[in-house]
Ligand binder design. Structure first.
Ligand SMILES: Nc1ncnc2c1ncn2[C@@H]1O[C@H](COP(=O)(O)OP(=O)(O)OP(=O)(O)O)[C@@H](O)[C@H]1O
Ligand SMILES: [Mg+2]
Length: 467
């Protein structure tokens, strides 16, 4: 919606003054030939009013003085009887009307020019704002009445899709209800709100905007519209997040070192002692089950500590060419043995491809994903591992299941360390998998297709490497 007020400017050039001059001459000629008396003044006023359209500011006054001079000439040099009753009053009044009309026209033209200049300045401000920021205007109920091109660009929606909608369209669900209602309370009271908001574009990708919302108040002191000015801060947020993650990782690293030292060794001692005690019992001793339970628990504790160490201090991958088909077969065999794998269908799809990766780490990663899928299926369903060639010299491995999927609200948390929805989960499976994949120069992403289930997509460099 480009604003331009140039069309409001008066026509340039000399056309109007010349026309005014001609009309004045014509009126004077009429005045000389036809006895119209003081009514001729109305025609002169018409000429003065032409000044409304003239770019030449002195026009109305010049026309008024000219008209005044001509009626006086006509009165004294022409045939009008300047001693007739009424003339003494009429002619000075007529001249006053000329001057008064000229002043009014002049004032109007000046006001119009000022308003035009203000509007033009406003238009310039708006162009500058549109170039610098993401701008939206909403009515008092939050329905969008205006968006600029930057808004359209970042949100991915067309103008038609946005107008009339409210900002829930781009809500990412990240902010708690209290945050949103605090925002509304602030602007409804006529105060400016400032904060950082995460939105979701039409394509689903998330972006952060630094947002200032300014309420526009009516004379009764009630807001009638809001203007929201935003700047894209997605890159800054990503950098901040990386820093936080690195700090968290460093803490986990310290903790893991302590755990490895102070817990793993005593744990090994307990296990050894328990095995000795069990060895002294008869095979049918009822206390052996309790002891076995203690052994199992210490083992899973040990696994958790190993996971933690792996996560906090991953060893550098030993890169070699690795064929994927045997890895998938091996993982399926392991999960079939696992209690979680009972009663499930396993399927390998796609060609056997070669990746450049660490064999043990890759196997552990695929195992992690397939085990998660098996745990989600709870005894019935299908797990598919599909391989395919991906762009950029990469190879893609997808682990799909027909399970319940992952609810929207936790989908971003599953890669966070210690996030788990399982009673006995450590919440380290996915963070380790992601870390490992990134160490290889690959990616790990999750989607939940509309037809149900979960798809984890892993990419690793192919034999030719990325490029
Ligand atoms: N295929 C899947 N289907 C449904 N939910 C899943 C799937 N994979 C992962 N999740 C969810 O992601 C969470 C985190 O997974 P992650 O592997 O990191 O930890 P975990 O499996 O809970 O514990 P751990 O792997 O450390 O034993 C899980 O608790 C589960 O809620
Ligand atoms: Mg897991």
């Amino acid at each position: 919606m480009p604003l331009s007020f140039r069309h409001l400017a008066a026509p340039r050039g000399r056309a109007l003054p010349v026309l005014g001059l001609l009309l004045t001459a014509l009126i004077f000629a009429i005045d000389l030939t036809v006895p119209v008396g003081s009514a001729i003044g109305m025609l002169y006023v018409g000429v003065i009013l032409l000044g409304l359209w003239s770019a030449w500011l002195p026009f109305p006054l010049v026309a008024a003085y000219g008209a005044a001079a001509l009626v006086l000439v006509d009165l004294y040099a022409g045939w009008d009887d300047h001693t007739a009753p009424g003339v003494v009053v009429n002619y000075p009044l007529m001249i006053l009307v000329f001057i008064f009309s000229a002043l009014v026209v002049r004032r109007f033209v000046m006001l119009e020019r000022q308003a035009g200049a203000h509007l033009e300045q406003l238009g310039d401000f708006k162009r500058a704002l549109d170039a610098a920021a993401i701008v939206a205007i909403t009515d008092v109920r939050g329905r969008i009445t205006y968006v600029n091109d930057k808004f359209i660009e970042i949100s991915g929606y067309s103008r038609d899709e946005l107008l009339g909608q409210d900002h829930r369209l781009i809500n990412s669900g990240h902010h708690p209800a209290e945050f949103i209602s605090e925002l509304w309370r602030t602007i409804a009271r006529g105060r400016v709100w400032h904060g950082e908001i995460r939105n979701r574009a039409k394509s689903g990708h998330l972006y952060w905007v630094d947002t200032t919302i300014v309420p526009f108040m009516s004379e009764e002191g009630k807001p009638y519209q809001y203007i929201a000015i935003r700047a894209d801060i997605t890159a800054r947020k990503a950098a901040e997040e990386t820093l936080t993650q690195q700090a968290a990782l460093a803490r986990v690293g310290q903790m893991a070192a302590v755990l490895a030292h102070e817990v793993r060794n005593p744990l090994a001692g307990i296990r050894g002692a328990m095995q000795v005690l069990m060895g002294r019992r008869k095979a049918d001793d009822p206390e052996r089950t309790v002891m076995q339970e203690i052994l199992t628990r210490t083992e899973s504790l040990n696994d958790l500590i190993n996971d933690l160490l792996l996560f906090a201090r991953p060893r550098p991958p030993r890169i070699a060419e690795l064929e994927l088909a045997p890895v998938v077969r091996d993982v399926f065999a392991t999960v079939r043995q696992d209690p979680a794998g009972q009663g499930l269908e396993f399927e390998a799809q796609g060609p056997s491809l070669v990746v450049r990766a660490d064999a043990d780490l890759t196997r552990a990663t695929v195992l992690n994903l397939v085990l998660n899928a098996a745990q989600a299926l709870q005894g019935s369903g299908r797990i598919t591992v599909a391989t395919a060639v991906a762009p950029g010299g990469m190879v893609q491995v997808q682990v799909r299941d027909t399970g319940p999927g992952i609810p929207d609200e936790i989908r971003e948390q599953i890669f966070e360390p210690f996030f788990t929805t399982k009673a006995r989960g450590g919440g380290l499976g996915l963070p380790i998998a992601q870390r490992t994949v990134e160490l290889h120069g690959g990616t790990l992403a999750v989607t939940c297709p509309p037809e149900g289930g979960t798809v984890f997509t892993l990419t690793l460099p192919g034999p030719a490497g990325p490029g």
